[in-house]
Design a protein around this ligand. Structure first.
Ligand SMILES: NC(=O)c1ccc[n+]([C@@H]2O[C@H](COP(=O)([O-])OP(=O)(O)OC[C@H]3O[C@@H](n4cnc5c(N)ncnc54)[C@H](O)[C@@H]3O)[C@@H](O)[C@H]2O)c1
Length: 356
């Protein structure tokens, strides 16, 4: 049983608490939030009971804690992750790992030197539909067939192009509006669009170069559009931001065009994931609801918390089994941060930025 301390009990901290409550091998061992009374009230609303402290050291002094889950505003990840590592605890940290590559490197090196795990919440790698897309791209590369409609097996052929998009209205819920402070967050490019940057690296590895255009407001780079160079690879473009009107909603999409087929994902559509083969009409494409594809020893639970459930199930299962974290590592999150910052640099300078 992993007793997890959640540090920062706002939007994400409360989602993580709901996941731990559903896992058989984990429990919320305590909560840390400077807003003590709000933290206690939120915990009780979720039907959970655990000590709530104003800082991590006081919780670690008084409760048995195996791992620390950091859901603080992004600029505060670094000191608390280092504190947790210094106290010998495994760490799950929300994305992006930091706003600074120097700080992110310190976090990665500290975990490595202390022999503890550091996993970062790039949940899209664990999102049910994206798990199926990852499998399909791996099958395309290996020349393997994938399951088509009516139980048939199909060959996708080579991946020709990939487009990833993520859009929403400007988030208004964050405590102290930290998300609107460029120093603390760096805008949508680093807070939201980095989900697609990270998934791209997971899917295709590091690109050679990037060219981006964007819109910078007082609050940071809140729209970004990028073209990535993969020599001899697919044509890759990404786009995202939160300049849309608040009631526009949230939409994430992916379009992968292969030689013989296309895969489309759109979270606002039903079915969300389709496979279009040759002359056939688009057909729903099956995807795992749980983390079976990630190597986690799944308890078979089906949760509406999707990628958030899957990533934390994997984190806890790995700790329970004494196995290392292999996906969403701190080092991988550092690469994603470097790449997203290169996109921002390209948008700021108007120049292609080399990543080799
Ligand atoms: N994976 C995802 O899809 C996803 C979605 C949203 C946010 N996030 C990330 O999660 C992190 C948290 O974002 P959020 O939306 O939950 O923010 P939030 O503003 O809703 O919550 C932050 C919480 O931290 C607390 N806090 C602030 N300073 C503190 C301190 N010094 N000590 C203790 N508690 C403190 C606040 O009181 C608040 O409860 C960010 O890094 C964000 O980028 C990830």
């Amino acid at each position: 049983m992993q007793k997890v301390a959640i540090v920062g009990f706002g939007f994400m901290g409360q989602i993580h608490a709901q996941v731990y409550a559903q896992l058989a091998n984990a429990e919320v061992g305590g909560v840390v939030d400077t807003r003590l009374e709000e933290g206690k009230a939120a915990l009780s609303k979720l039907g959970l009971d655990a000590p709530v402290h104003e800082n991590l050291s006081s919780l670690l002094d008084s409760a048995e804690i195996d791992a620390v889950d950091v859901c603080l505003p992004t600029d505060l990840h670094h000191p608390v992750v280092l504190e947790a590592i210094g106290a010998g605890r495994h760490v799950f940290c929300e994305k992006p790992i930091s706003t600074s590559t120097t700080k992110a490197e310190e976090m990665v090196h500290a975990a490595r030197d202390a022999g503890v795990e550091l996993m970062v919440g790039h949940c899209i790698r664990f999102w049910p539909e994206y798990l199926a897309i990852t499998e399909a791209v791996a099958a395309s590369r290996a020349g393997r067939e994938v399951a088509g409609a009516n139980g048939s097996s199909v060959t996708l052929g080579k991946l020709v192009s990939l487009n990833l998009q993520r859009f929403g209205g400007r988030p208004s819920y964050t405590i102290d509006s930290w998300i609107d402070d460029e120093e603390r967050c760096h805008g949508a490019a680093l807070d939201m669009h980095i989900h697609d940057t990270d998934y791209l690296l997971h899917l295709l590895g590091k690109p050679d170069a990037v060219f981006s255009r964007g819109v910078r407001e007082k609050a940071g780079w809140n729209y970004i559009s990028s073209n990535f160079v993969y020599p001899d690879g697919p044509v890759v473009s990404t786009e995202g931001g939160w300049l849309l009107p608040p009631k526009w909603g949230f939409r994430m999409t992916l379009k992968a065009v292969f030689e013989h087929a296309a895969i489309d994902f759109d979270n606002t559509r039903d079915p969300t994931l389709t496979l279009t083969l040759g002359d056939e009409a688009p057909a729903p494409m099956p995807y795992p609801r749980i983390a079976a594809a990630t190597g986690a020893e799944s308890d078979g639970n089906i949760s509406d918390l999707g990628g958030y459930y899957n990533e934390l199930e994997y984190f806890v299962a790995r700790l329970e089994g004494g196995k290392p974290i292999e996906t969403n590592t701190g080092a991988q999150a550092l690469e994603s941060l470097r790449t997203a910052l290169a996109e921002i640099e390209s948008a700021a300078t108007g120049k292609v930025v080399s990543l080799t």
